[in-house]
Design a binder for this molecule. Structure first.
Ligand code: SF4
Ligand code: SF4
Length: 199
């Protein structure tokens, strides 16, 4: 071993055979590989000129679901408690309508968010879901604080994700998680029309 740490005695080196010493077969193999790849369809997207639409399973930035002009969120705080980088903050307030609680303000610090989807997983109201939006740009730290005005997205624009969750998550968790929109007593179901609850 030389003083610069390089093994100079050649003890662990493999002996090259004649063809390997020529290098030509390896060069030809590499050219053949390149030629094969050149003839295959390209998968590179010329972003941003060419836009990419992620699949429904994709986890883009988290958004709050707006249902009939109202956030589904009941400000229970579960998403904030489960968020690993503590990116979510909120303040609950009482409301006059059926769901009784709503966020007074709700913020996600997008500099902290790691797009893990835990908030979506724990939300009992399906009120926060991962969207397909991935190209976020901020000019300063304040811009990265997303308040309700940037977080709320009408459910009609989130149909792909909501249908994906209904199909995949309910199937995955079975009895333990069978989210049905009709069972969402806080934000979707009209409890005044439910005779069982009125009794
Ligand atoms: S996706 Fe993960 S990191 Fe981002 S807000 Fe939700 S729980 Fe927090
Ligand atoms: S988004 Fe869901 S988990 Fe988070 S506070 Fe609202 S209802 Fe609770």
């Amino acid at each position: 071993m030389s003083s610069d740490g390089i093994n100079s005695n050649g003890r662990d080196e493999r002996k090259l055979n004649f063809l390997e010493k020529l290098y030509l077969p390896e060069i030809i193999k590499a050219l053949a590989y390149t030629w094969r790849k050149m003839r295959k369809p390209t998968v590179t997207v010329q972003y941003p000129e060419e836009q990419w639409t992620p699949p429904d399973i994709y986890r883009g930035r988290p958004v709050l679901v707006e249902d009939d002009g109202q956030p589904r969120c009941v400000a229970c705080g579960l998403c904030a408690r489960s968020c690993p980088p503590m990116a979510i903050s909120m303040q609950a307030t009482e409301t006059e309508d059926e769901k009784e609680r709503a966020p007074d303000w709700f913020e996600i610090n997008m500099l902290r968010c790691i797009y893990c989807g835990f908030c979506e997983d724990v939300c009992p109201e399906e009120a926060i879901v991962m969207s397909k939006e991935f190209d976020l740009v901020f000019h300063d730290r304040e811009e990265a604080q997303f308040g309700m005005e940037r977080l709320l997205v009408p459910k009609e624009q989130l149909v792909d994700r909501l249908e994906y969750l209904a199909a995949e998550r309910n199937g995955q968790f079975g009895q333990r998680w069978d989210f049905q929109e009709a069972n969402n007593i806080h934000s979707v179901r009209d409890r005044t029309a439910d005779s069982d609850l009125e009794e």
